[in-house]
Design a binder for this molecule. Structure first.
Ligand code: CO8
Length: 300
């Protein structure tokens, strides 16, 4: 388990300072040109960096469903931090290496029958993932190549741009209410910032999972493309965003997102305690257990 590394991640303030420079990939020190492509991988996340384009692709590879376990979140944060600190990288495309699933959201087993200390550690890791991604200096594009409920949808919403495979069997949304739980305020804020208040209110209350075409219609995703074109389209969008000077884009992003980020940073510990007291309730534990049983029954 990479807990010490996460502790290092968490020790830094949630909101990363925005860079003073732009065109990082273009401002290399003199000397022989570095390798054009680099890859690093840990158990759950694979990262490939195309240095000539200044773009990394981060692939989730935690079968069967890329659930966001503590280990996954830890590896995600470490990978993102590495890219954030890499002058060769200006943008990251998030996608899945698991067929038909982008991410099934938070790992429900991390929220069932565990200790208070475990819930606190897990929730801090969920916060950290969101804080780092929402405040990233890099251009972030979600290439949603499968279903993406709850925490999976949050990852997509947290990016700058979302492209989804146009398969109507794939669904996306914040379906927490269907599990008998409530999306935290910062999930809600992120959702509102993408789809607007009315759509978010209805979708959150109903715990809706939207098919890909519906997700596009309500603005939850920016565009749909055939699955085989998703990768190329994500790269084309990335190049369009990277054509702008980094500093102007980054400062604009800060301006748009700062209030929502600051709100969690200011109430981070309170949010952890709220999560613990909510998730520890026997009625909530019962709902989660029943939901897991329902998932297993659906299979048989
Ligand atoms: N966590 C843990 N295990 C999961 C999860 C999950 N989120 N999702 C699926 N699994 C497990 C299944 O139980 C199953 O396990 P097993 O093989 O042991 O039976 C295995 O993964 C495969 O699942 P399926 O057979 O269902 O796979 P399918 O390909 O048929 O379907 C889906 C994939 C569509 C992703 C489906 O599994 C599904 O709908 N999963 C549930 C998704 C969901 O509702 N996630 C919500 C999580 S909660 C969250 O993210 C935000 C919580 C905020 C907390 C706020 C509290 C205050």
């Amino acid at each position: 388990m990479a807990a010490p590394a996460l502790a290092r991640c968490v020790a830094r303030p949630g909101m990363l300072p925005f860079g003073q420079t732009w065109g990082r990939a273009a401002r290399r020190p003199p000397g022989p040109p570095p390798a054009q492509r680099r890859a690093f991988s840990n158990n759950r996340v694979l990262v490939e960096l195309d240095e000539s384009a200044g773009v990394a692709t981060m692939k989730f590879k935690s079968p069967p469903v890329n659930s966001l376990s503590l280990d996954f979140l830890t590896e995600f944060c470490i990978s993102l931090e590495k890219l954030e600190n890499d002058r060769a990288c200006r943008g990251v495309i998030l996608t899945s290496a698991v067929p038909k699933i982008f991410s099934s959201g938070l790992d429900i087993t991390e929220m069932c029958g565990k200790s208070t200390e475990h819930y606190a550690e897990f929730w801090r890791a969920v916060q950290e993932m969101w804080l780092r991604l929402y405040s990233s200096n890099m251009v972030t594009v979600a290439a949603v190549n499968g279903s993406s409920p709850a925490g999976g949808c949050l990852i997509a919403l947290t990016c700058d741009y979302r492209i989804m495979a146009e398969n109507p069997k794939f669904s996306i949304g914040l379906n927490e209410a269907q599990l008998g739980i409530v999306a935290p305020f910062w999930f809600k804020d992120t959702f509102v910032n993408v789809v607007g208040h009315r759509v978010a209110e209805r979708s959150l209350q109903l715990g809706s999972l939207h098919s890909a075409p519906e997700a596009h219609r309500i603005g939850l995703v920016d565009e749909l493309v055939p699955e085989e074109k998703l990768k190329d389209r994500a790269m084309a969008v990335m190049q369009q965003w990277l054509a702008l000077p980094d500093h102007a884009r980054q400062l604009t992003k800060t301006m748009m997102r700062k209030a929502v980020l600051d709100r969690l940073v200011a109430h981070r510990e309170e949010d952890v305690q709220n999560f613990i007291s909510f998730i520890s309730k026997e009625s909530i534990q019962k709902s989660l257990r029943m939901y897991m049983e329902m998932l297993k029954k659906k299979k048989s």
